[in-house]
Design a protein around this ligand. Structure first.
Ligand code: SAH
Length: 222
């Protein structure tokens, strides 16, 4: 018989010290947004790591999580969040909840509401449970295909995709508010970080920001 045990989540001075070092490293690598740096300095990434890998939580690398997916590298999380340029009151959609770490970084911004979608059921369940345990409250954690966005909640002020898309999903562009930002890694083998800003009903500004490597954004697969 399996006995449920409650293990409180710890955040020790050692973890906090490691986070300060990580924040310094991110600054050296060019992350400048004060809110983003504060978020990465505050959030215990070790809570989001798979069992046995907690010791690596403050190394600036991606690590495996359940269902053959990865927890994004802290630099990538900081970089994407910085590009989202979050403002108080923003309604935000995240595609690819994964470990939930990026979700926590988004939620650290004052006055934002977060909708997050994950298509791997195992990860969805695990991370939804973690959020409950640590008291993290996205507006909604959804099991489903984020390729289609979340039309019933559109428009969004910001949309972040944390998996590599071969093409930019049209529904995501359509679900941006005017002035809204979509940050998405685009490409097959590796990806170019791309930001779209909706400037009017019919026009978008597109800017690119260098190469990254993500697990693929899946489309219409179960
Ligand atoms: N932000 C997460 C990244 C996880 S990796 C973290 O740092 O932990 C990317 C995630 O996107 C995976 O969990 C994968 O299952 C999910 N994903 C891939 N295609 C998806 C889709 N179409 N809809 C929703 N989630 C998707």
């Amino acid at each position: 018989m399996e006995v449920a045990t409650f293990v409180p989540m710890k955040d020790t001075p050692k973890h906090q010290g490691q986070r300060r070092q990580l924040v310094k490293l991110l600054m050296d690598k060019g992350i400048a947004d004060a809110q983003v740096l504060a978020a990465l300095g505050a959030i215990p990434r070790h809570w989001y790591m798979d069992q046995g890998l907690e010791a690596y939580a403050y190394v600036d690398k991606a690590y495996p999580i359940a269902a053959d997916q990865t927890i994004s590298q802290p630099y990538t999380v900081a970089f994407q969040t910085q590009l989202l340029d979050l403002q108080k009151g923003d309604k935000v959609l995240e595609i690819g909840t994964g470990s939930g770490y990026q979700t926590a970084v988004l939620l650290a911004h004052e006055g934002v509401s977060i909708y997050t979608i994950e298509r791997q059921q195992q990860l969805f369940k695990k991370t939804a449970l973690l959020f409950k345990k640590i008291g993290l409250r996205p507006k909604k954690v959804i099991f489903g295909d984020g390729y289609q966005g979340l039309p019933e909640q559109a428009p969004f002020d910001a949309i972040i995709v944390t998996a590599g898309a071969v093409q930019v999903p049209k529904p995501l562009l359509e679900q941006l508010a005017i002035g809204g930002r979509l940050v998405i890694p685009v490409g097959e083998k590796d990806q170019i970080m791309t930001r779209y800003v909706r400037t009017s009903e019919k026009s978008f500004d597109r800017q690119t920001f260098g190469n990254f490597r993500f697990v693929p954004l899946l489309k219409n697969k179960s």
